[in-house]
Design a protein around this ligand. Structure first.
Ligand SMILES: [Zn+2]
Length: 348
């Protein structure tokens, strides 16, 4: 399906679409005319992504690595599908076509489950490679501390080449997690490994970050490694209170991702997106609910936050602020397609 059809479907027949050109133009420079993304069911053109949620979760397991390695909490994939599939179909009915599952390795990433849900729902789903140091390093396997950055990157590149955990499912981006303060030694290694893996695969780096201090130290490491900021997503940027830091990162062409949209945060999120738009930087902004999820260890997966609030409340709130169909399209279609397109982004 063509991007224009999708968007007319969701944003009204009157929407005149002037998007898509930008993503292609950027990629055409040196990376070929048709940027690709990697879903759990294989490769596709980035401009087939359509309306995309860039950071949500299907399932999460918050056991620490040590607990998990000793005795992983069991769950029944059939039951998870029974709980989650209706939610994904609801999303599809809203016009969503692609769902980026941001669940990191050792936090419940399950390629078999994701591949099945993609097949049964018809949504495109992306999963990750990488390692996650947030929550005080408790989700890091021991080798992250002993490997070199090169060796760590090699593990992720192998997942990219051969598939994750013995499956044929390949990652759509590199998900890293940081604790938010000045980079620790292991965090510095993680972002360096991210840079190395990016240069070898072209996969985008999505970094759970929060405060600006961590964000800009990561950018510094990337720069030293010759990786352009446009290859990197500042995840949870809403947790940095100083909007001038978001603007500074966006001016450098990093992706600034405001996550966790919910009923209570509506004004804050509308304010942030509007500010970036007013600075002429809407084309660097990503938004998400960071919602879901089937919580392993809780009966029936526990209480989940809805995936649909963006459609039922947030986009209407933006429209009420004067956002045009083309601007909504930038947020929901063009930016995700450009952010997750696979291509090496060097500084040279
Ligand atoms: Zn998340």
């Amino acid at each position: 399906m063509h991007r224009r059809d999708l968007v007319q479907g969701i944003f009204g027949a009157a929407a005149i679409l002037v998007v898509g050109g930008r993503a292609r133009a950027l990629a055409r420079d040196e990376y070929g005319p048709e940027p690709q993304v990697m879903t759990v069911r294989g490769q596709m053109h980035a401009d087939q992504m359509g309306v995309t949620l860039v950071h949500e979760h299907i399932l999460a397991n918050f056991q620490t690595y040590a607990e998990w390695a000793k005795a992983p909490l069991p769950y029944d994939r059939d039951e998870v599908v029974k709980v989650v599939l209706p939610r994904l179909l609801g999303l599809k009915a809203r016009g969503c076509r692609t769902f980026v599952d941001a669940t990191a390795a050792y936090l419940g990433r399950d390629p078999i489950l994701l591949e099945r849900l993609a097949r049964e729902s018809g949504l495109n789903i992306l999963t990750v490679t990488g390692n996650y140091a947030a929550f005080d390093n408790t989700h890091l396997p021991p080798w992250v501390f002993t490997d070199t950055a090169e060796a760590l990157a090699e593990r992720w590149v192998l997942e990219w080449k051969d598939g994750i955990d013995g499956t044929r499912v390949r990652p759509g981006f590199i998900k890293l997690g940081f604790n938010g303060g000045p980079l620790s030694e292991v965090e510095r290694k993680l972002i360096r490994a991210g840079a190395i893996a990016h240069k070898r695969t072209g996969l985008t780096i999505g970094a759970h970050t929060g405060p600006a201090v961590s964000a800009f130290e990561q950018l510094e490491v990337l720069e030293k490694e010759g990786v352009h900021p446009s290859a990197w997503i500042w995840i949870h940027a809403q947790n940095e209170p100083d909007v001038t830091r978001h603007i500074a990162a966006a001016r450098r062409q990093a992706w600034v991702e405001f996550d966790g949209i919910d009923a209570k945060s509506m004004d804050q999120h509308v304010g942030l997106v509007t500010r970036l738009r007013d600075e002429g930087l809407l084309n660097r902004v990503l938004i998400s609910q960071d919602a879901g999820w089937y919580n392993v260890g809780q009966a029936g997966g526990g209480q989940a936050r809805s995936y649909e609030l963006i459609f039922t409340q947030f986009l209407p709130a933006l429209r009420a602020k004067g956002f045009t169909p083309a601007e909504i399209n930038t947020l929901m279609v063009a930016n995700p397609a450009e952010a997750f397109a696979i291509r090496q982004r060097g500084t040279a």
